[in-house]
Design a protein around this ligand. Structure first.
Ligand code: HEM
Length: 493
């Protein structure tokens, strides 16, 4: 065939493809809530900047209101904004808004297995089982609290070793937090210098960072194309493979020493369940769901808490008067020598308010995880169809001016009443809400309180730069809001 004819045929083919694709995209867009006009292939990339996705979506919220459509890549997403709309969806219509949506960067690896990224009956069974086991192993009970208290003391010792010299808290805090989930899933903590453990924690931290930056966000928009391109997003899958190897190795060890009458941890319980269910025609308990569920517990349970604590330290370096007031309450209620317990929070309204305000202000998971509709629904005048992808703009809940007087200001009085008592706010949803609400909420709250109070009981924070110059703007804004790396001096009290 003549070269010119070949090129012409190819161009005609590409053009037809683009027209068909665009036609389909625009037809679909017509039946969805209004939003910026998408372009073929790129969707709304010209309005939604991948390095600044939350800010871009907040800007569109101002223009289009509480419900609008945006094409992330070629996939239309209905974006819900502000406390009222998010509550109406996740809480008032929890069944319909409660399915997991498509999140390519996780799907590529999990293939829809494990607690967080499975759907339907499989998800229900895996989630119920995990909650049951986590509770039995002490989630919200004393035994896990003791493990957190013990780990908090290890962390204090490690910070003491810094001898007041500047340190980035990311490594130590990550290891301390990860050790708690290690005790639940594997039944033991690790030494902070253990080579396999440090690798595990750094893989989690690296993946969280990449997913929160441009290449992770772009992967979610254009996964088909990105699979063929080099870049940091490739490391995500290598890191997940390393984590899987670590987990598989641990599972093998558990299998070798398993006593069905005396389960030691989550992995043992899962192995026993696998054996029980092996003849069940609808069996969701297999090696793959065990490995993926353990991996998600690690991933979900490490960087989220570590990030909140690191943001908290940074905020308190910027506002030393607030830190001093928390320390005053700690000294008054707990003293300098007794280990803080979760029960103490009931007598510490100011500290509790500061922690809640840190969660609101840091807003560590600004877009939650994508949801999907399980049925058609008329929502706020729009007919939305089963299977529609829903993005929850949590930042717009946490910065909702109808809920908070001055939402861009860090202000613990948001969570205090006129008498200085702690005041709960419905418009605080760091763990999301409804059917898919974070499975680790109570474990996370216990950890946050105990780590935060133990550290402030033992140290004051000193910044290397004047506090007014500390920048609280997040660095990464995709999966997570990551604070700009900083150094802190831990000054023993
Ligand atoms: C401050 C700490 C944490 C924050 C801010 C956080 C936040 C979230 C958010 C926003 C979601 C998505 C919910 C949705 O789809 O609507 C989620 C899901 C999840 N989180 Fe957390 N999380 C934290 C700690 C933890 C811990 C400690 C664990 C492990 C025990 C954990 C395990 C999970 C799991 C398994 C899911 C998936 C739930 C499902 O799909 O049913 N998270 N988390």
């Amino acid at each position: 065939m003549d070269f010119g004819i070949a090129v012409g045929t190819l161009l005609a083919f590409c053009l037809t493809y683009v027209i068909l694709k665009s036609g389909k995209m625009w037809r679909r867009a017509r039946s969805l809530p209004p939003g910026p006009t998408p372009l073929p292939f790129i969707g709304n990339l010209h309005q939604v900047r991948p390095w600044d996705i939350t800010k871009s979506l907040m800007k569109l919220h101002k223009k289009y209101g509480s419900v609008y459509t945006v094409h992330l890549g070629q996939e239309p997403h209905v974006v819900l904004c502000g406390y009222q709309a998010v509550k109406e969806a996740l809480i008032d219509n929890s069944e319909i808004f409660g399915e997991r949506g498509f999140y390519p960067v996780f799907y590529n690896f999990t293939k829809g297995d494990g607690i967080a990224f499975s759907k339907g009956e499989k998800w229900k069974r895996l989630r119920r089982f995990a909650l049951h086991i986590l509770r039995d192993f002490g989630m919200g009970k004393r035994s896990i609290e003791e493990r957190i208290q013990e780990e908090a003391q290890y962390l204090v010792e490690e910070f003491r070793k810094t001898n007041m010299s500047p340190c980035n808290p990311i490594t130590l805090v990550g290891r301390a937090v990860s050790n708690v989930i290690c005790s639940v899933v594997f039944g033991n903590r690790f030494d902070y210098e253990d080579k396999n453990f440090t690798l595990l924690v750094s893989c989690i931290q690296n993946n969280f960072t990449i997913m929160s930056k441009i290449s992770g966000v772009l992967y979610n928009f254009y996964s088909d194309l990105m699979d063929y391109l080099p870049g940091p997003h490739k490391d995500i899958f290598t890191n997940f493979e390393k984590l899987t190897d670590f987990i598989e190795e641990k599972v093998k060890k558990n299998q070798e020493s398993l006593d069905p009458n005396n389960p030691r941890d989550y992995v043992d319980c899962f192995l026993i369940k696998m054996e029980k269910e092996k003849n069940n025609s609808e069996n969701f308990f297999n090696m793959n769901t065990l490995v993926m569920s353990s991996l998600i517990l690690f991933f979900g349970g490490t960087e989220t808490i570590s990030l909140t604590l690191r943001y908290g330290f940074l905020i308190l370096m910027k506002y030393p008067a607030i830190a001093a007031k928390v320390q005053e309450e700690i000294d008054h209620v707990i003293g300098r020598h007794r280990m803080p317990s979760y029960e103490d929070r009931t007598r510490m309204p100011y500290t509790t308010a500061v922690l809640h305000e840190i969660q609101r202000y840091a807003d560590v998971i600004p877009l939650s995880l994508t949801h999907e509709l399980t049925a058609d629904i008329n929502f706020r005048g729009y007919n939305l169809h089963k299977g529609t992808q829903v993005t929850l703009l949590m930042t717009s809940v946490h910065r909702d001016p109808t809920q908070y007087q001055d939402p861009d200001k860090f202000d613990p009085t948001n969570f205090l009443d006129a008498n200085g008592r702690f005041k709960k706010r419905e418009a605080l949803m760091p763990f999301s809400a409804g059917k898919r609400i974070c499975l680790g909420e109570s474990l996370a709250m216990t950890e946050l309180f105990i780590y935060f109070t133990t550290i402030l009981q033992n140290f004051s924070f000193k910044s290397l730069i004047p506090s007014e110059k500390l920048d609280l703007t997040p660095l990464g804004v995709g999966l997570g809001n990551i604070p700009i790396p900083y150094e802190i001096c831990m000054i023993p009290r």
